[in-house]
Each structure stands twice: as structure tokens, then as C-alpha cells.
Design a protein around this ligand. Structure first.
Ligand code: ZN
Length: 313
């Protein structure tokens, strides 16, 4: 990973801007307001373009409408942070980035969360298309902070406690395509309705569902070509190709990373950390991705809203 640091786009904000423009705009600048391609001219302000469309005439830069918009952090540091978060196996804390990039801690923290936002995959199709295997499993991580509302308590919020089960922990559900991608969800409560809703909405009907014997998945089989389970309580971890080892493997990377690098996170940010670990898993070496590929994939996710590009009238 050390060789990558000498790349020109890490050396100055100007180089970084040029590099990002070439990456995002191979056919010329794209107006972030109206989506017109290559119909803008440079203004006097470095990096700024003005749209030449009659109806638009708005100004933009290569970061307008992205997670980097209006940031005072120099662009070369942004790109370096993208690289560092993607090239390290378990991520990198805001403290590490603040030291490595000589930014104040608050800026580094803010930047980390924006990068996670870029890593968050948008509207994806169902997992396990073409009759593949999808594993579903759930785990618990960190203490819950969001008060629950129970009808039995007349709607008064409470924090669940109890010796039985991980009631005061944050539930995470993971769906993993065998040999493919992961998709994770932080749910307020891991009960049958919420888990089955996730399973149903994110897995292709023709796929085989693999889970453990948890009652959370009872009856889920009717939505798929098969539902096969392993009995962990009976010491069974795999039967032929039936197992949930991929999901468990993902959880173990996630937990080691969270404990080793991030230590703690607020519950309201948990989904962003999951997005970060999902992104690295979905662009892992075993699937043929290098550190650079993984970084580029994250940078391509910087756009806030999906804009329909168009040719000039
Ligand atoms: Zn425009």
C-alpha cells in the first residue's frame, strides 16, 4: 500500500481536483444542476464551471452535489482518506486520520462519516438471483440506546433489560450471497416480522435460503425455492453445502474491526459503520478487487442524488 501514496492526486489539491474531474467527467464537465454533459465553461474561480444551458446558467464544481460539497478539507486529503479507509482491512478511526492527515479531529470525524455515506450502496436488486444460495443470520453488537415503545407499557418508552437473551443489545441482520455480496441491516428489534420482511424484500425468489434453526426464520421457506437449516444447538455447523459460515465470517470481521479500531459508536451511526464493512466485503480481494478498485468504487458513490445526465440541446 505504500507505493500508492506517491500518486500525484495525493500531492496537491489542484492535482486531486484534476484527477477527480477526469474520473467523474470523462466526456467533459457535467452540470450538477441540470445534468447536461460538456456544455459549460470555466469561470475565473479555480475549479468552478458555469453551465451554458439557457435555462440553467448555474455554477458548479466536481464536488457539487457530492458528500464533499462545501467541505473546507483540501481535496487531496479527501482522496487520501478514501484510500486509507478502503485499503485497511478493518477501517481507520477518525483519531488515526486526524493524525495521519493533520486535520483537526472534528473534520476527520465528519469526513469519515461522509465517506461511509459514499460507500453505502443505493437501490440494489435482490441477492441470490439465478438460483444461488443466500445465508441469513443475525447478531448483536453494542448496547442499545434507543428506547423501545411497548403497547403493554401504554406507549411509554423503555430500555429493555433482562437476563434472558441479548435484549439490551443492538440487533444486526446479515444476508450473504454464497461467494458474493453481503447486505446488512440494523433493526430496532430482531423479531420475526422485521427479520422476515428483510429476507423477503432482499432475496430473489429462486434462491435457496440457508439459516440456523432460529424460529425467526420459521415459514420463510414459502418465499424461496428452498429453506435449509443447520442445527447449531445440536453441534451441527454444516451439512453438505448447507451452512451460515459466510454470514458468521462477516460478523467476525465486523466485530473485530469495531472493537479494534472504532471501540464504540452511537447507535444512530451504526448503519454507516455497517455500510463501510459491507463495502469492503463486497469489494474484497477474493472477488478480484484491489485496494485501488475498492477506493474507486467508493469515490464513484459520492454523488448525493442520482441525476439523469443528458446531451446539450
Ligand atoms: Zn446546468
Amino acid at each position: 500500500m505504500s507505493n500508492a501514496f506517491v500518486a500525484p492526486h495525493f500531492q496537491s489539491p489542484e492535482n486531486a481536483r484534476e484527477w477527480l474531474e477526469n474520473l467523474r467527467w470523462p466526456e467533459g464537465p457535467i452540470c450538477s444542476h441540470c445534468g447536461v454533459i460538456n456544455h459549460a465553461y470555466k469561470t475565473k474561480k479555480p475549479g468552478w464551471y458555469r453551465c451554458a444551458e439557457k435555462e440553467c446558467r448555474k455554477d458548479f464544481t466536481v464536488t457539487t452535489g457530492t458528500v464533499m460539497e462545501r467541505s473546507h478539507i483540501p481535496l487531496d486529503k479527501w482522496l487520501m482518506a478514501f484510500y486509507l479507509l478502503n485499503a485497511s482491512k478493518k477501517g481507520m478511526s477518525a483519531h488515526q486520520l486526524h493524525r495521519a492527515l493533520r486535520l483537526d479531529y472534528k473534520s476527520a470525524w465528519f469526513m469519515c462519516h461522509r465517506i461511509r455515506e459514499a460507500m453505502r450502496a443505493g437501490n440494489l436488486g435482490p441477492l441470490g438471483g439465478g438460483g444461488g444460495i443466500v445465508e441469513a443470520d443475525e447478531t448483536y453488537f453494542g448496547k442499545t440506546e434507543q428506547p423501545r415503545v411497548s403497547p403493554r407499557r401504554k406507549g411509554r418508552p423503555y430500555n429493555p433489560r433482562g437476563s434472558r437473551g441479548p435484549k439490551d443489545k443492538r440487533p444486526i441482520v446479515a444476508l450473504v450471497e454464497r461467494g458474493g455480496n453481503v447486505r446488512t441491516f440494523h433493526v430496532p428489534v430482531a423479531d420475526k416480522p422485521s427479520v422476515q420482511k428483510i429476507v423477503k424484500e432482499n432475496i430473489a425468489r429462486e434462491s435457496r435460503l440457508h439459516t440456523d434453526e432460529s424460529p425467526l426464520y420459521f415459514g420463510a421457506g414459502q418465499h424461496f425455492s428452498a429453506h435449509e437449516t443447520v442445527k447449531h444447538t445440536a453441534g451441527e455447523y454444516a451439512r453438505d453445502d448447507v451452512h451460515t459460515n459466510s454470514a458468521e465470517g462477516y460478523f467476525s470481521i465486523f466485530k473485530r474491526g469495531m472493537r479494534g479500531v472504532y471501540q464504540h459508536c452511537k447507535e444512530k451511526h451504526l448503519h454507516r459503520y455497517l455500510a463501510e464493512f459491507d463495502h469492503r466485503y463486497n469489494h474484497r480481494v477474493a472477488l478480484g478487487y484491489s485496494d485501488i478498485d475498492r477506493t474507486l468504487a467508493a469515490i464513484r458513490g459520492i454523488e448525493g442524488k442520482r441525476l439523469m445526465y443528458r446531451q446539450p440541446d
